[in-house]
Design a protein around this ligand. Structure first.
Ligand SMILES: *[C@@H]1O[C@H](CO)[C@@H](O)[C@H](O)[C@H]1NC(C)=O
Ligand SMILES: *[C@@H]1O[C@H](CO)[C@@H](O)[C@H](O)[C@H]1NC(C)=O
Ligand SMILES: *[C@@H]1O[C@H](CO)[C@@H](O)[C@H](O)[C@H]1NC(C)=O
Length: 408
């Protein structure tokens, strides 16, 4: 007892130490909270108005310019509400810091009249930035009247439209929990960029909306796409020339045109596509599952080291397809052979239902036959009939149970 009392009684030197300790704690927490406050910019403080009608473009650009000019990490906060970004807008680097985090609780809305941004090609672009993260938020591209125009008989006067979000020549990018609805053109484009993580995005447009690809990657490396939910009118994910070290996991795709490498080989000199993995994907009522597509034209490009693994197809028109004779409207390529070299492509553990009898189709180039195609544990069915596989200029191997019977 005696002992306890003496230990709980502080002697003067202990007290000084303790006070000093709390003083330090107080100072540092004050310091941290001022730091946190001073480095988060709210777009409303720059004049953005969450009424969906007032153009907030200048306010967003002002917040960006301050953030980009800062030498310390910064946050940009977009609160709840609808913010009209009424014109094609580029958030430009290079910035003085490599840590700008944009947190969006509200919705950014494109102009209702598609002609305003329809010829710009892009709505929101980040160009030459590094270390930018976007968390949450909804982008509403208001594309429906443009699709009506494109789907009508007088489509000659329709502009191409604008992609909702693009990262151009950028590095170390994170996009999490973003939702994009009704893009005029593509939902997201990543071009000339490296080390990009796209996590948990939802990309939604009607199945009959033209050219609304979910995510398009081109001239980019080390892009990782995890858990995207894509319901759109064109490719769920499309992979263009110059893509390497791409990792895609846990995809839900449909409606849409599936996951496509291509179209490749329009240009004679074109960088290839290398080391792409798609692991765990579901395709529901899509036009394609896994597709590789090249123009029937001379090209030095290639497709190499591709892994399509663990997929479930539900009523997919072309579950597995390579088409090297792509030449819509016989424009610029009639009766030419594709120069794209396709090799080392693995399809492993793919099951489900095909909506057409030819469930596996390898239509390769007479000039550059497909090499080292591997089918491993593929089980696709077609109604109550035998599904078929079709091979033209395609070589490779089949492992395990493969249905339809391999033609490699
Ligand atoms: C939209 O941006 C274009 C190109 O920067 C510019 O010419 C046009 O005046 C802008 N329109 C509006 C309404 O601000
Ligand atoms: C993207 O980068 C290319 C090449 O640097 C440039 O020509 C183009 O204007 C950029 N696009 C946008 C929207 O900033
Ligand atoms: C292929 O890409 C993945 C990332 O998607 C990377 O981890 C791996 O090292 C790459 N493989 C080669 C051989 O470069």
């Amino acid at each position: 007892m005696e002992n306890t009392t003496t230990t709980t009684t502080l002697n003067p030197s202990h007290t000084t130490l303790l006070i000093f300790f709390f003083y330090i704690l107080l100072c540092s927490s004050l310091f941290i909270s001022t730091l946190a406050k001073s480095t988060i910019y709210n777009v409303v403080d720059f004049g953005a108005i969450p009424d969906g009608i007032t153009d907030s473009t200048m306010a967003f650009l002002s917040a960006w310019n301050i953030a980009c000019g800062s030498t310390k990490p910064v946050g940009i906060h977009v609160p709840k509400g609808h913010f009209l970004i009424g014109n094609a807008t580029t958030f430009r680097g290079k910035c003085n810091n490599k840590a700008i985090s944009i947190t969006i609780h509200g919705t950014l809305v494109a102009p209702y009249d598609y002609r305003v941004i329809g010829d710009a090609g892009y709505w929101l672009t980040f160009d030459h930035v590094s270390g930018v993260a976007i968390h949450g938020g909804v982008l509403d591209g208001q594309g429906s009247s443009l699709w009506d125009c494109k789907n009508s008989n007088t489509k000659v006067n329709c502009p191409i439209g604008a992609t909702s979000l693009a990262f151009n020549n950028s590095d170390d990018i994170v996009i999490t929990g973003l939702k994009s609805v009704n893009s005029q053109l593509f939902h997201i484009i990543v071009i000339g960029s490296h080390n990009v993580k796209v996590h948990g995005v939802k990309l939604i447009a009607p199945g009959n909306s033209p050219n609304t690809d979910g995510i398009h990657i081109q001239f980019s490396s080390h892009v990782t796409i995890l858990k995207p939910r894509i319901h759109t009118g064109d490719d769920c994910i499309s992979i263009g020339p110059g893509t390497n070290n791409l990792w895609i996991e846990d995809v839900a795709c449909g409606p849409g045109h599936g996951i496509s490498i291509g179209s490749l080989g329009w240009y004679l000199n074109e960088p290839g596509v290398k080391n792409v993995t798609v692991r765990r994907a579901t395709f529901s009522e899509t036009q394609n599952g896994f597709r590789i597509k090249s123009w029937g034209r001379a090209s030095n490009g290639f497709v190499n080291d591709i892994h399509f693994e663990h997929a479930l197809m539900t009523h997919v028109q072309n579950p597995i397809v390579i088409d090297q004779n792509y030449c819509p409207f016989l424009n610029g390529c009639p009766s030419q052979a594709s120069g794209i070299k396709i090799s080392d492509v693995t399809y492993k553990d793919i099951s489900g239902t095909s909506a057409t009898q030819v469930a596996v189709k390898f239509d390769c180039s007479s000039r550059q036959p497909c090499k080292k195609i591997r089918l491993e544990n593929v089980k696709l069915s077609y109604k109550n009939q035998n599904p078929r596989a079709s091979c033209i200029h395609a070589g490779g191997t089949a492992l395990g149970a493969v249905q339809p019977e391999s033609c490699l």
